[in-house]
Design a protein around this ligand. Structure first.
Ligand code: BJW
Length: 232
């Protein structure tokens, strides 16, 4: 049977990359077990202690650049779906890794930023980045060069691409949420928005998320098994 949808929005979270060896945030052994959110994922934390915050992201960037992290069957199945579908697949990812790109997906919105980019702390302008970001790295866009910071969205900051995301949700006939706890807004509200506009909504996760009751259909298990089966 042909996949019976033509406008698909896929929201992904840390759970889709867990089986590729990237730590999630809120699970046992997640990143928030050893770090306080307010220290490493807020603009205030960065202002208080930029070295700790840069280190937190430098270590995660090193992991991505080490060549040991590869897309898993879930990333690959989504890329295959986009390639074969007679329609549109928009991946809205909260992840800052590059595993959707590595799998071959093309239409990706990184709403919480990208680890392999740095941004000017003054203007927000971003550029491709490899290696560590240090306090000595400054931008080329300001008259008085400003420090570079990780190109990520911290609590209290505006997520990236919200206009394009709302547009995609408006048109969607299918909304799939994969590997996200539903603990962080505005992403956790997308299921409601998609359903209001008439999309069928599906949760694929290891366990029920905080917004599980909003979904019309749910399947629980590892993403690498659920996603290829669902999009086949
Ligand atoms: C598996 C698996 C396997 C494991 N297979 N599954 C409304 C109400 C209340 C509060 C707010 C609200 N609106 C905004 C707020 C404030 C705030 C917020 O949400 N606070 C909450 C604490 C309530 N939001 C913000 O500040 C956001 N900005 C904002 O709202 O701007 C204003 C605005 C106004 C109007 C419109 C739009 C905007 C910004 C949020 C920024 C989040 N940043 C982080 C850090 C990014 C950089 C980095 O990576 O370090 O983003 S925090 C962290 O959480 C990261 C993630 O992207 C995000 C979500 O986490 P995720 O991906 O869900 O991971 P986990 O660990 O939570 O869950 C993993 C899941 O996978 C689990 O369910 C597992 O079971 C599952 N899993 N293995 C399948 N193998």
């Amino acid at each position: 049977m042909l996949f019976p949808y033509q406008n698909i929005v896929v929201l992904t979270g840390a759970g889709i990359s867990a089986e590729s060896g990237i730590r999630t945030f809120r699970d046992q052994d997640g990143l928030w077990e050893n770090h306080r959110i307010e220290d490493v994922a807020t603009p205030e934390g960065y202002l208080r202690d930029p070295v700790t915050v840069q280190n937190f992201y430098n270590l995660r960037r090193q992991q991505l650049e080490s060549g040991t992290v590869e897309p898993n069957a879930a990333h690959l199945a989504l890329a295959e779906l986009e390639a074969k579908l007679d329609g549109k697949v928009t991946i809205v990812t909260q992840n800052i890794d590059n595993l959707h790109e590595a799998a071959g997906s093309k239409n990706i919105i990184h709403m919480h930023g990208e680890l392999l980019k740095a941004q000017c702390s003054q203007t927000g302008q971003s550029i491709e980045w490899t290696g560590n970001i240090t306090l000595d790295d400054h931008c080329h866009c300001c008259q008085i060069p400003a420090p570079m910071r990780p190109n990520v969205v911290w609590f209290g900051e505006m997520p990236i691409g919200m206009g394009a995301i709302h547009e995609a949700l408006l048109e969607a006939d299918l909304f799939i949420s994969i590997g996200t706890s539903g603990a962080v807004y505005p992403a956790a509200g997308f299921v409601h928005e998609a359903a209001m506009h008439g999309a069928h909504t599906v949760e694929l996760n290891l366990e029920p998320s905080d917004v599980e009751s909003e979904f019309a259909e749910k399947r629980y298990g590892p993403a690498s098994e659920l996603v290829p089966k669902f999009v086949a």
